[in-house]
Design a protein around this ligand. Structure first.
Ligand SMILES: Nc1ncnc2c1ncn2[C@@H]1O[C@H](COP(=O)(O)OP(=O)(O)OP(=O)(O)O)[C@@H](O)[C@H]1O
Ligand SMILES: [Mg+2]
Length: 377
């Protein structure tokens, strides 16, 4: 669909959240939406300018969902809607004055990435935390989908025998004949035989199922067992810009394989009391892999997930995470919303399932922050 050059319809205040109107956004699919973002770089709007009365706009009651033709712009100069701001910022007034992000640091502007003329070689990112249920799979799907929206070619690797990533993309793991397991264990198996196209343009999947649990045992007797995944992914590097590996919740041989293959690690941390427990062991494992197997490996960032600043607890945990990891913590924080469990049932990323939701905007911002970090190198 030709969208470039048509330009956005304009800017509007919805509630008191700054949004941009773009009529084609809903119907033109994720790729076109990405292009639309690009054509609007640099425009800001102060939504409180609204009707000039200073009265709250109330024609938008459910702040989790923007009306058709509108999408939330995390970079707009906006007066935060009190309800939404409450989930992300401890002090809306302070955030308004200083543009302080939820991590308590000034929020930088992450530019909208320009289109690419050629692709590859891919940067490999491992989404890793041995703690279960912290948002690894959710972040893999949605970061991948957001990068794909921005025109990056993305391959997602399901490296968990549970197959949650595959399920989250609408694939039934039980029905698969060939999975990442076959790619790892069978010499001569080509990735093309295993690869699946997802419903998201620019995004492919190497699926997995319970077969992969056998690999953990079988790999033990292999030569160079830690670099099996690295070897399997090597022929794919020229075809993609980003490969994101969804690790299982353990620090076993499969996860070590993911870390050995990766250039970067993203560690999702759920904003709850035991979040930091086990992180020392994880960073130690990353350092060991760095020293012994993969000197290129770097911690790209810590991603705070399931954050809700309406609870003192969430705010305290986030403050402690920032205290411990400082600039390693992404400015982007993922709020807690039921929209994410819903997307798993729907079998698609939030960027397509609820394209205008705050959750989708958060993962788009994360994609831009990740791209900005990569380009800063
Ligand atoms: N920001 C969020 N807000 C609310 N629920 C979330 C959020 N992110 C993830 N969830 C939900 O929390 C559950 C665990 O998330 P997810 O599967 O992404 O974690 P995981 O780290 O991959 O888990 P595992 O270690 O079992 O692989 C899922 O039901 C998911 O839908
Ligand atoms: Mg998972």
């Amino acid at each position: 669909m030709p969208v470039r050059g048509q330009g956005p319809a304009g800017f509007e205040a919805v509630g008191s959240v700054a949004v941009r109107t773009f009529a084609a956004h809903q119907s033109s699919g994720p790729q076109a939406a990405g292009t639309a973002h690009q054509s609007m770089d640099g425009h800001h709007v102060n939504a409180m300018a609204g009707d000039g009365s200073g009265a709250p706009h109330n024609h938008f009651a459910d702040y989790d969902e923007l009306p058709e033709g509108h999408f939330y712009d995390p970079d707009a100069e906006y007066e935060p809607d009190p309800e939404y701001a409450a989930t992300l910022a401890p002090d809306a007034a302070r955030q308004r004055r200083e543009r302080v992000g939820p991590t308590g640091r000034p929020l930088p502007y992450f530019p909208i990435p320009g289109p690419l003329t050629d692709h590859g070689p891919a940067k490999i990112i491992a989404m890793c935390n041995q703690k279960g249920g912290v948002g690894k799979t959710t972040s893999t799907i949605n970061l991948g989908a957001a990068l794909a929206e921005y025109g990056r070619r993305v391959l997602l690797v399901d490296f968990d025998p549970q197959g949650a990533l595959s399920v989250g993309l609408g694939v039934n793991p039980m029905e698969l004949d060939l999975t990442v397991y076959n790619l790892l264990m069978e010499r001569g198996m080509s990735a093309d035989e295993v690869l699946l196209k997802t419903a998201v343009p620019n995004m492919d999947l190497l699926p997995s199922n319970i077969d992969l649990s056998a690999a953990e045992v079988q790999l033990v007797s292999e030569v160079a067992r830690e670099s099996t995944l690295q070897r399997a992914l090597k022929p794919l590097l020229p075809d993609y810009d980003y490969i994101v590996i969804d690790c299982q919740p353990s620090l076993g041989l499969l996860t070590v394989n993911a870390l050995t293959a990766a250039h970067k690690v993203i560690v999702p941390l759920e904003c709850e009391f035991f979040a930091l427990r086990g992180v020392a062991l994880l960073t130690e494992t990353i350092e060991k892999v760095q020293e012994r197997l993969n000197p290129e490996l770097e911690l790209d960032g810590i991603l705070a997930t399931m954050y809700d600043s309406r609870t003192v607890h969430s705010r305290e945990v986030l403050a402690r995470v920032v205290e411990a990891f400082d600039d390693h913590v992404y400015h982007t924080v993922i709020g807690r919303t039921v929209r994410f469990p819903e997307t798993t049932v729907a079998g698609e990323p939030i960027t397509t399932y609820a394209s205008n939701s705050v959750g989708a905007a958060a993962y788009r911002q994360l994609a831009r922050e990740v791209l900005a970090r990569c380009h800063a190198e």
